[in-house]
Structures are given as structure tokens and as C-alpha cells.
Design a protein around this ligand. Structure first.
Ligand SMILES: *Cc1c(COP(=O)(O)O)cnc(C)c1O
Length: 416
């Protein structure tokens, strides 16, 4: 299969004029050409694995042959004046992510997986509220968030209660017992978005700290962690940030906690001067102290290149387009839902919606398998969810139209 410039995909002949018009006025339309996507595919799974940005293969080739092959060990410090050395790579990537999440560059650490960063964030947050014993979380939180909390609690002697409540009832469960809230802003199944600013403020009023999982937020719409007064946050490099499979994740630690938050995974690369090879851990300034080991240079380089897709992009513009795409999709799907027993589980209210749309559907797994065979790639989530992610950087309203035609064909039982 060839990877093509998707701009060459012909506009469907039956595309309604209003959608054609929305695409013609799309200020982000030019971004689509920056991504390499397989021909004939409508890719609605960038919320699980973002596609390949055009700059990545060339960058990886340069890192492999030039920086690794030729430069060898020298590349750790080569071009340090221009901050183009491998040692500076995590900070360079952190600065790019910081802009997308309303953080200052020194509040963001890049490296390890989201799961590992959840551990670091939760360990630090719990230590900052030593007199409380309850972690408040969403009963349907992403499994890794729940498992990390369980594992950390076991390590800490099981002294915490992991209180799991429906995500519509978080505010009602805030109390003076809560040490930390561990919440994912956008539910991976339903696409319901929590009120990050409101809940952060309410948690603060109750003396609790917040740990936010931004897996389905960062790069999907504007996030303002400092505006919200959030304490800790983590997020994925390979979803809306398009860093590639297994890309390094990020950790946000608000500046006010830098001095007091303990570093559970204190490694030599989080030391203020790693090559001093000192006997005792002295943390590096800022959030960098939370990255314990050697930076993952190959995957960091891919993420660094991919993040250039956001250069010059206004996050408010991105959000407006995301809502237009999901509104259009929800509208076009309505007659199909009525005819085939699908139920929209994503809130219609814009404030409660991320950048995905999900339906409960009879026989959802088989439906998604047939959709993928037709080139409409979303995903199935247990028990009966069809999930479609929309990414304003490379989707058009014509893609939404194509996707709905594919879904219609599958639901009506047409063979591909
Ligand atoms: C995708 C996702 C993760 C992934 O964690 P990894 O450690 O990267 O595997 C974590 N949390 C949420 C909410 C996710 O959607």
C-alpha cells in the first residue's frame, strides 16, 4: 500500500454543499498535506495511534545514520550551544508540549510511558498530602490508571482507599478525606469530557491535589493546566501528538510543587549534574528531575519532528474545527442510529465533548471489523462501543462524509 498525500483524494461527488463550503473555509486545511496516510483510508483512530508526519522519516534517517552512525557517543553533547544535542532533546520536546497544555517548559518532563508517569505523579502527590488516605477516581477510568494506583497503594502498605465513583459524580464526592483526585479528562470509551478547571478548583477548595490524565486531550484541543491551577498531569506522545508507536509520554508538575514533591524514581538522569557521578541524589531544576534514565533518543526524535505539525496552529482554531467535525458526524449518523439501533454515548454539549464520538451498537466488534476492511478505521472498545476519533489537523468534512457512507454500507449489510 502506498502512503500518499491525502490532498489528492478526490472530493466525493455527492458531498453536500454545506460540507464542501466548510472545507473550503477551513483555516487548517493546509495541514493535511503534512501527514502520510494510506490511500483510500479514512483514519479515525488518531486518538489511539496518530499517523506518520511527513518530517519523521527524514528526521529518523538523519538521527540513525548521521547522529548515531557517524556521531556515535559525541552526539550526546554535539551542538550543545544550539541545544541540538541529545541531552537537550527531552527539554526541547517538553517546551513544544508545554505550549499545547498551558504549562511552562520547566514544568514538563518528557520520557517513559504514560503508565510510569502516572506512578511518579501519584507518588509525589500523595506524599504532599500526608495526612489523608483516599484517592478519588473515576470507576471507569482507563485500566492503567486504576492498576497503577492499586500497585502504588500496595507498595505503600495498602494504607489508601481507592474510591471509585461514576465520572458524573466526582464533584459530589469531594471531601476533606480526599488526598488526591486521579482523573482522565476525556473518557476513552464515551468521549465525555470532564470540567478540568472546575474540578481542579473544587479539589483545591477541599485541600486535595489533582492528577490529570490528558491522554485524549493533549493535541486534541487547548488545555490550560496553569489556568486551571492543576497540580500534576500526564499524557501520551503517540495519540494526538503523533509521536509514533510507544512514543515517550509527558509529566506536568506545577512549579509550586518542584521544591516539595519527592521524586520516587530518582535516577541519575534526573540529577542536577549526572556526570558528576555524585553519591547522593540532588534533583535537577524543574520537572526534568522526574526523568530517571537515559532519554529514548530515537522515539524522542520522532516525537520532536511530529510536534512541528502544531507550529503556527491556534489551539482555539483546532478546537472549533474538531467540534465542527464531530457535530457533522453526529448529525449525519442520526438516521443510521435510528434505523440500526446505535446509541450515541458521547455528550452533545460541546463543553462535555472531547474529539471523539462513540456509539453503543449491537454486534459492535463485527461492525468495526467490517468497517476497517472497508478502509474506515475506528476502533471497538468493550463491551459494545464503536469509537471514532477526529483530528482537525488532517480530517476534512469530506472525510466525515466518506466515513458515514462506509458505516451506512456496513450497517446495511453491503459487501465491501
Ligand atoms: C492510552 C492511554 C494510556 C496509555 O498508557 P501507556 O502507558 O502509554 O500505555 C493511559 N491513560 C489513558 C487514559 C489512555 O487513554
Amino acid at each position: 500500500m502506498t502512503l500518499t498525500d491525502t490532498q489528492t483524494t478526490p472530493v466525493p461527488a455527492d458531498l453536500p454543499a454545506d460540507l464542501l463550503d466548510l472545507d473550503a473555509r477551513d483555516p487548517l486545511a493546509h495541514k493535511r498535506a503534512e501527514f502520510l496516510l494510506p490511500a483510500g483510508v479514512v483514519y479515525l483512530d488518531g486518538n489511539s495511534l496518530g499517523p506518520l508526519h511527513r518530517s519523521v522519516p527524514e528526521r529518523i534517517e538523519r538521527v540513525l545514520r548521521g547522529e548515531w552512525g557517524e556521531g556515535l557517543i559525541r552526539s550526546w553533547t554535539a551542538n550543545a550551544e544550539a541545544a541540538l544535542d541529545w541531552m537537550a532533546l527531552p527539554d526541547r520536546v517538553a517546551a513544544k508540549i508545554a505550549r499545547l497544555i498551558g504549562a511552562r517548559p520547566h514544568e514538563v518532563a518528557v520520557g517513559d510511558s504514560t503508565s510510569v508517569n502516572l506512578f511518579k505523579a501519584l507518588a509525589a502527590a500523595l506524599a504532599l498530602v500526608p495526612d489523608r488516605r483516599v484517592i478519588l477516581t473515576d470507576a471507569d477510568n482507563f485500566p492503567t490508571d486504576l492498576y497503577v494506583a492499586q500497585g502504588l497503594n500496595a507498595l505503600l502498605g495498602g494504607r489508601y482507599e481507592l474510591r471509585r465513583v461514576p465520572n458524573t459524580e466526582i464533584a459530589a464526592h469531594l471531601s476533606l478525606e480526599i488526598a488526591v483526585t486521579l482523573l482522565t479528562e476525556v473518557d476513552y470509551r464515551t468521549g465525555r469530557r470532564l470540567d478540568l478547571a472546575g474540578l481542579s478548583a473544587q479539589a483545591r477548595e477541599h485541600g486535595a491535589l489533582t492528577v490529570w490524565d490528558l491522554a485524549h486531550s493533549a493535541g486534541a484541543f487547548e488545555v490550560d493546566l496553569n489556568g486551571a491551577g492543576a497540580d500534576f498531569a500526564v499524557g501520551c506522545g503517540y495519540k494526538y501528538l503523533n509521536g509514533g508507536p510507544g512514543a515517550p509520554a509527558f509529566l506536568f508538575v506545577a512549579e509550586r510543587h518542584h521544591a516539595g514533591a519527592p521524586v520516587a524514581l530518582s535516577g541519575w538522569m534526573g540529577h542536577a549534574d549526572p556526570f558528576e557521578m555524585a553519591r547522593d541524589f540532588v534533583p535537577a531544576p524543574g520537572a526534568r528531575r522526574f526523568v530517571p534514565g537515559t532519554p529514548q533518543v530515537l522515539s524522542l526524535s520522532a516525537l520532536d519532528a511530529a510536534l512541528d505539525a502544531f507550529e503556527g496552529v491556534e489551539m482555539a482554531e483546532l478546537r472549533a474545527k474538531s467540534l465542527s467535525l464531530t457535530d457533522t458526524f453526529i448529525g449525519l449518523m442520526e438516521p443510521l442510529c435510528a434505523a440500526h439501533g446505535l446509541m450515541l454515548v458521547t455528550p452533545r454539549a460541546h463543553a462535555q465533548r472531547g474529539s471523539q464520538v462513540s456509539y453503543r451498537a449491537p454486534d459492535a466488534q463485527a461492525v468495526m471489523r467490517r468497517l476497517v476492511e472497508r478502509g474506515v478505521i475506528g476502533d471497538f472498545r468493550t463491551p459494545d462501543i464503536l469509537r471514532f476519533g477526529f483530528t482537525p489537523l488532517y480530517h476534512s468534512h469530506a472525510d466525515v462524509w466518506r466515513a458515514v457512507q462506509g458505516i451506512r454500507a456496513v450497517l446495511e449489510g453491503q459487501t465491501p
